[in-house]
Design a protein around this ligand. Sequence first.
Ligand code: NAG
Ligand code: NAG
Ligand code: NAG
Ligand code: CA
Ligand code: CA
Length: 228
Amino acid sequence: MAKFCCLIVIILCTARLSKGERLTEKCLASNGICGTKDLTCNDSFGSRWINEGRCCYERPCCKINGYSCGFETDAPCIFQDSTKDEFDWKRLANSTSSPKTGPTNAAEGNYYIYIEVTDKNDGDKAILTTEAASLPASSWCLTFQYHMKGKDMGNLEVFAGDKTSNLTSIWEKTGDQPDPDLWKSAIITIPQYTNSVITIEGSRGTTAFGDIAIDDLTLNAGTCSAIN
Ligand SMILES: *[C@@H]1O[C@H](CO)[C@@H](O)[C@H](O)[C@H]1NC(C)=O
Ligand SMILES: *[C@@H]1O[C@H](CO)[C@@H](O)[C@H](O)[C@H]1NC(C)=O
Ligand SMILES: *[C@@H]1O[C@H](CO)[C@@H](O)[C@H](O)[C@H]1NC(C)=O
Ligand SMILES: [Ca+2]
Ligand SMILES: [Ca+2]
């Protein structure tokens, strides 16, 4: 009898998979793994884990609560274009059009995003924001690669805060960076806010020699020290 029950469970689960397959595919697509029946994902694996759909046998599908943007396609990123700025970040492969500024290759894959500061005014900003997302109340670890080569390089700055108040500057780089041909790593802990918003702001310096690029961005729940 016990054997027979097991068989039925297997058949039901397989049926569900072969019919929809969406749940398991979604679990796979989000790098999910199966948790333990009747336990939340955070109870099984820790506070950085959330439930994302289901696995067979009523086990939850669990994934790390986080986002990544490699900019290889136009797929929406957790960070999106802000309209409260003067211009926009653009997606590009290989070199930027201005000589002596900008990267010659992506840090990850083939594409990166950058600010093209030719034909812009001093101090003009291009802002990426998580405003449209409802980030769970948590601290976050934001990481990305950045490239700041150019003699009149402006500013790359990360702000965070509550959606209802003014944001606080959390991280900043200004000017031409040492070894400017190399991509550098930013690893930034964002403190917890009730309704978090995080922005990445690139601004123009004094001339067109100030293309700032970023690539390989991740945003994961928890502080960076807990992750690294
Ligand atoms: C897991 O998340 C639930 C809410 O979904 C919360 O009540 C619980 O305290 C969390 N447990 C851990 C270990 O973080
Ligand atoms: C980037 O450069 C490589 C090598 O020259 C070329 O094969 C590729 O098509 C370029 N990519 C784009 C999107 O222009
Ligand atoms: C936010 O900043 C603006 C402009 O600097 C200022 O006028 C306003 O009082 C600030 N609001 C809060 C809540 O701090
Ligand atoms: Ca990339
Ligand atoms: Ca914009």
